[in-house]
Design a protein around this ligand. Structure first.
Ligand SMILES: Cc1cc2nc3c(=O)[nH]c(=O)nc-3n(C[C@H](O)[C@H](O)[C@H](O)COP(=O)(O)OP(=O)(O)OC[C@H]3O[C@@H](n4cnc5c(N)ncnc54)[C@H](O)[C@@H]3O)c2cc1C
Length: 455
């Protein structure tokens, strides 16, 4: 069948490995080239978060390949946030409705499973230790260097799909070899460092298992996600410069003093936390936006290669899995017309990738500063009530992003309208003590109509 393509896929990360399934299922022959060694043999070499939050869009992408249930079983549902205040107070905020959860999954475990599936499929091959260092975008020719032997190989195919992450080689080729390529790369002033809260002596969880834990401290914060072995992987989001910062904390004594003051329960649960802090690297947080993502019928960028975002909405991988899902639909729609397929893919995804990129940066401020704020907590309670009474008409921005497949752009726009609504709601006299009353409910209904959430 001449609609079958020979496809070179760069990168066997989360998105590349899943995408290969979508392509092979439609009969295409996929050759994946991955610069790292096979993590199933060499072990998973971190560098990025050990676990990730997988939510509705990610599951949707896995479901189409029959993988949803299997991955759900090895994930830990997190039904809400547990906020750890500096004075030791702890609050719980549900993320959505009772049964709605985001799932903590192992990055390495998920990636390995996706690679195993690729191995089982005769239409997919993976070559490891092959780093793409150049792409001829006009002719779909890729150049690879073997990381062990340093040998160079040139591969020509019908189409190149590039899921090689935030520092994509194919994107660089588009940038340097085509005219009017738009590109922006923005780093946050904060970076991150991973720390661990180990399991208890009998493998038990030392904090609430089914929650994402947050220690918000304004200019910085710590979060923790549960792992299957009873431990939690914590991520400290912290300024690179200033006081306190990665730069200002230099000695073990300074680190111990800082962590004990700011996160006392973490230090109490984690005897190795100071040495871990000293040993673990600092990661940086980048947003990448670019355009175009595609070149004629020859090249397309996917996942972080076209839209790397900061992790504060837990959506980077989810957005990448949604790319795969949409790409699958468009393959069915356009058949052999890859120019139309790639063009429509870019059309529908770029606007949504930009939206989640902006929401992710904004959510950093929400997590760091607002989750502990009384007005924010009140808003969450009122939003839950509105959602319960008007499930079709009022769905919070967080739920639209995490528990629906409504376009990210729609969630962003709804978020603006919801903010405007809540400016007025929170200005209602005495709302703090009266928010659950019938009288307030009547006022809320009027405002919902004014802001066109209700007819
Ligand atoms: C601290 C942190 C926490 C995060 N938490 C979440 C979360 O909770 N939920 C969520 O959805 N997302 C999260 N993300 C985002 C998520 O990690 C990324 O969006 C996701 O990994 C993107 O997948 P990808 O396959 O596009 O890119 P990557 O995962 O970067 O994979 C790219 C692959 O390409 C390979 N490669 C790179 N260059 C080349 C080359 N030149 N030649 C050949 N191969 C190459 C790499 O080795 C890698 O295997 C987080 C990110 C960070 C940094």
């Amino acid at each position: 069948m001449d609609s079958q393509k020979n496809i070179t896929l760069i990168g066997a990360g989360l998105v590349g490995s899943l995408l290969s399934q979508y392509l092979a299922k439609r009969g295409h022959k996929v050759s994946i080239f991955e610069k790292r060694s096979d993590m199933r043999k060499a072990g998973y070499v971190g560098g990025r978060s050990i676990n990730l939050a997988l939510s509705h869009r990610g599951f949707n992408g896995l479901r189409a390949m029959g993988l949803e249930e299997e991955i759900r079983k090895v994930g830990i549902p997190m039904y809400g946030r547990v906020i750890h205040q500096i004075n030791g107070d702890v609050q719980y905020q549900a993320y959505g409705k009772e049964d709605e959860a985001i799932y903590s999954v192992s990055r390495g475990g998920l990636n390995k499973r996706l690679m195993e599936l690729a191995d089982e499929n005769p239409n997919i091959s993976i070559q490891f230790d092959e780093r793409c260092f150049d792409v001829d975008v006009q002719n779909a020719i890729c150049h690879f260097e073997n990381m062990q032997t340093k040998e160079h190989t040139t591969v020509k195919s019908d189409v190149v799909l590039s899921a090689d992450g935030a520092f994509s080689a194919a994107r660089l080729a588009l940038q340097t070899k085509t005219d009017r390529f738009e590109y922006s790369q923005h780093y946050l002033d904060q970076g991150y460092k991973e720390l661990t809260i180990p399991a208890g002596p009998n493998g038990e969880f030392l904090l609430e298992k089914n929650a994402l834990h947050i220690w918000p401290r304004n200019q910085y914060m710590l979060i923790a996600l549960p792992n299957l072995d009873g431990s939690f992987t914590c991520t400290l989001f912290f300024p690179f410069e200033g006081n306190p910062s990665f730069t200002s904390l230099q000695t073990e004594a300074q680190v111990r003093e800082f962590l004990t003051r700011e996160f006392p329960n973490v230090v109490a649960l984690s005897p190795e936390v100071v040495s871990e802090y000293m040993a673990n690297p600092n990661g940086s947080l980048v947003t990448v936006k670019c355009f175009p993502w595609v070149h004629k019928d020859k090249l397309g960028l996917m996942g972080d290669a076209s839209h790397a975002i900061v992790p504060f909405f837990g959506q980077g991988m989810n957005a990448g899995f949604e790319d795969c899902f949409e790409f699958g639909n468009l393959m069915d729609k356009h058949g052999d017309n890859w120019e139309a397929l790639l063009a429509e893919f870019q059309d529908i995804r770029k606007i949504n990738a930009d939206a989640i990129a902006d929401m992710a940066v904004e959510n950093f401020i929400e997590m760091r500063d607002k989750v502990a704020d009384q007005k924010f907590l009140l808003r969450k309670k009122i939003e839950a009530k509105l959602n319960k009474h008007f499930p079709e008409n009022y769905v919070s921005k967080y739920s639209l992003v995490s528990f629906s497949t409504k376009p990210y752009r729609y969630a962003l726009e709804m978020g603006f309208r919801q903010d405007a609504l809540f400016e007025k709601v929170l200005a209602i006299q005495g709302i703090e003590n009266n928010w659950d009353s019938d009288e307030t409910f009547a006022k809320l209904e009027v405002l919902l109509k004014e802001f066109q959430f209700l007819n």
